[in-house]
Ligand binder design. Structure first.
Ligand code: CA
Length: 227
């Protein structure tokens, strides 16, 4: 497995190369966007580790060109800018995952392993809406930077809502996807409503902006604006 690291801080880049090489990966380093882009156009990589803050062509620009040219390998973005907007921009521009600096090397390795295993079959290891963030690797949910403990069922329910944000999610869909319940002879609508209420208490009640909206008689919409 061959990884390209584009990172202008040479000390960081060399430490990454040393650690990843030790794990058995083949690693090339580029200290600028231009250098990185040249390597990308001449060598086949399985994964790109991309720093966002680069002199000259910055990480987001590189990311956009990479995807525009149809390169499909997973991209893990490294960012020092710990703001939701930058993460959303990164994911919108075609990143599969990101890590905020400073990070633990063990976490980087775990994320690289998952990305290489998944390839591009399933995008994004994190789901975002407004200041709510779901990490599918650690199964942690945060809102406004504060971790919100969820049960496994609540997590699955929220994941479904996040994956279909802005669309109507019916109780039937929830029954099927979250409870694997396809037999409508035994409706579990009450059970679903109880779980939605619990989720609401955890992720909406403490915050001014509500994300879960009920569409009477139909289902729910997960969005920043009330539908
Ligand atoms: Ca940098």
């Amino acid at each position: 497995m061959r990884i390209l690291v584009i990172e202008d801080e040479q000390k960081v880049a060399r430490a990454l190369k040393e650690g990843l090489t030790h794990e058995g990966y083949q690693v090339d380093l580029a200290f600028s966007g231009e250098e990185g882009f040249y390597l990308l156009s001449t060598t086949q990589y399985d994964l790109l580790l991309l720093d966002l803050m680069l002199p000259g062509r910055d990480g987001l620009e590189i990311l956009k060109s990479v995807r525009k040219q149809g390169m499909t390998f997973p991209v893990l973005v490294l960012t020092a800018r710990d703001t939701v907007e930058d993460r959303v921009k990164g994911l919108d521009s075609g990143a599969d995952d990101y890590l905020v600096k400073p990070f633990a090397f063990a976490e980087l390795l775990a994320r690289i392993r998952v990305l290489l295993r998944r390839g591009r079959s399933e995008q994004n290891l994190r789901l975002l809406l407004a200041d709510l963030e779901m990490d599918l690797v650690t199964r942690k949910v945060k809102r406004g930077g504060t971790e919100i403990p969820l049960t496994a069922r609540e997590f699955d329910l929220l994941e479904l809502l996040l994956r279909h944000q802005g669309q109507i999610v019916s109780r039937e869909m929830i029954a099927k996807e979250v409870w694997q319940e396809v037999d409508r002879a035994t409706p579990i609508d009450n059970l679903i409503d109880v779980h939605i209420a619990r989720l609401r208490r955890k992720i909406d009640d403490p915050f001014a902006k509500k994300l879960i909206h009920t569409i009477r008689g139909v289902g729910f919409v997960f969005s920043e604006e009330a539908p």
